[in-house]
Design a binder for this molecule. Structure first.
Ligand SMILES: [Zn+2]
Length: 325
């Protein structure tokens, strides 16, 4: 990931409503608007559940966004993680610290890494090197008895039992093997993490985000079908925000994921170019496409994060792993 300079000004973290009990915070990660969103669900009986709390480096933004609506971190009862990548879940342990009534939900494969992030951090450090701390900040463990492994098909009931808020869990691998999505039955919102790519609310351009090491094209296409079958009223992408046209969004995501995977495979088959050259050409072409569809004032999150260059490497790894197998 490219690292835009962090801004030292006091964080402003705008919020927007989905319905009376559901809203989201723009974490203003690294000062960038419309890149990282945390979903917020008000629970019956009091307290909040958060979907993807973001990294510790955006924690001030999260606090500012909660406080704008009269809440604080102490009101958080549950963290629902779509997956454990640090941009989505890095702050989990920091938020959970000293809050024994807070529960963390994550896919079974991700759960051990939430309780003990040491292996996750080791591999992240290989990727991010000395940028690691500036990008993500501290990543703390969560006491094991607070970490709840979720599986495909279960329904979580959060808040006071009589009127609990129900969230249906679907396993949606592809971006990561342990990725899950949560359908909030009350609002009809499917919180899909990175499964439906990156698309800023109000814009019509979906960018697949396919970085190494887990990308699985077939699993991902199945997951898009899983999301269709959930029949959500809207999709909520961590990058960034709600989309009221789930069918059209998923169709665009599917078409672009297929096209990107084919582009990368075609490049690999030519064999005469290096990975770096292929990735750079892919990146240039895809960012030019973004520029044709996204107004300049709203391009920053597409250009500064989740670059197609990294996505090229993720898809190249996918094809090579398949070939070996
Ligand atoms: Zn992400």
């Amino acid at each position: 990931m490219d690292c835009p300079e962090a801004q030292s000004t006091k964080p402003e973290a705008p919020t927007a409503s989905i319905d009376a009990r559901t809203w989201y915070v723009d974490l203003r990660y690294m000062g960038a608007a419309e890149y990282l969103a945390t979903g917020v669900l008000r629970l019956p009986g009091g307290g909040l559940a958060l979907v993807d709390p973001g990294p510790t480096t955006a924690l001030e933004g999260l606090k500012a966004g909660l406080s704008a609506r009269g809440y604080a971190l102490d009101d958080v009862r549950a963290l629902l993680l779509t997956h454990i990548h640090l941009d989505h879940a890095g702050a989990t342990g920091t938020v959970a610290q000293g809050r024994p009534d807070l529960d963390v939900y994550v896919h079974a494969t991700g759960a051990p890494h939430v309780a003990d992030p040491s292996r996750l951090l080791k591999s992240a450090r290989r990727l991010y090197g000395d940028q690691m701390d500036a990008l993500w900040g501290e990543v703390l463990p969560v006491p094991e008895d607070r970490v709840h492994a979720v599986e495909d098909g279960v329904t979580l009931a959060l808040g006071s039992a009589a009127a609990a808020r129900r969230l249906r869990v679907a396993h949606t691998p592809g971006h990561a093997t342990h990725h899950v999505s949560y359908l909030d039955e009350a609002s009809g919102t499917a919180f899909v993490g990175d499964t439906a790519g990156q698309r800023t609310s109000g814009l019509d351009y979906v960018l697949p985000v396919t970085p190494p090491p887990d990308v699985d094209r077939e699993a991902w296409l199945d997951s898009l079908e899983t999301l269709r079958r959930m029949e959500p009223e809207r999709l909520f992408c961590t990058h960034f925000g709600p989309h009221e046209d789930p069918g059209a969004h998923l169709d665009q995501m599917e078409a672009r994921l297929r096209a990107w995977a084919e582009d990368v495979r075609d490049g690999l088959e030519r064999k005469e170019e290096t990975d770096e050259t292929l990735a750079a050409a892919f990146d240039e072409e895809k960012i030019a496409e973004v520029a044709r569809h996204v107004p300049e004032a709203r391009r920053t999150p597409y250009e500064n994060f989740g670059r197609p260059r990294e996505s090229w490497h993720g898809l190249a790894r996918y094809w090579r792993t398949r070939e070996e197998a």
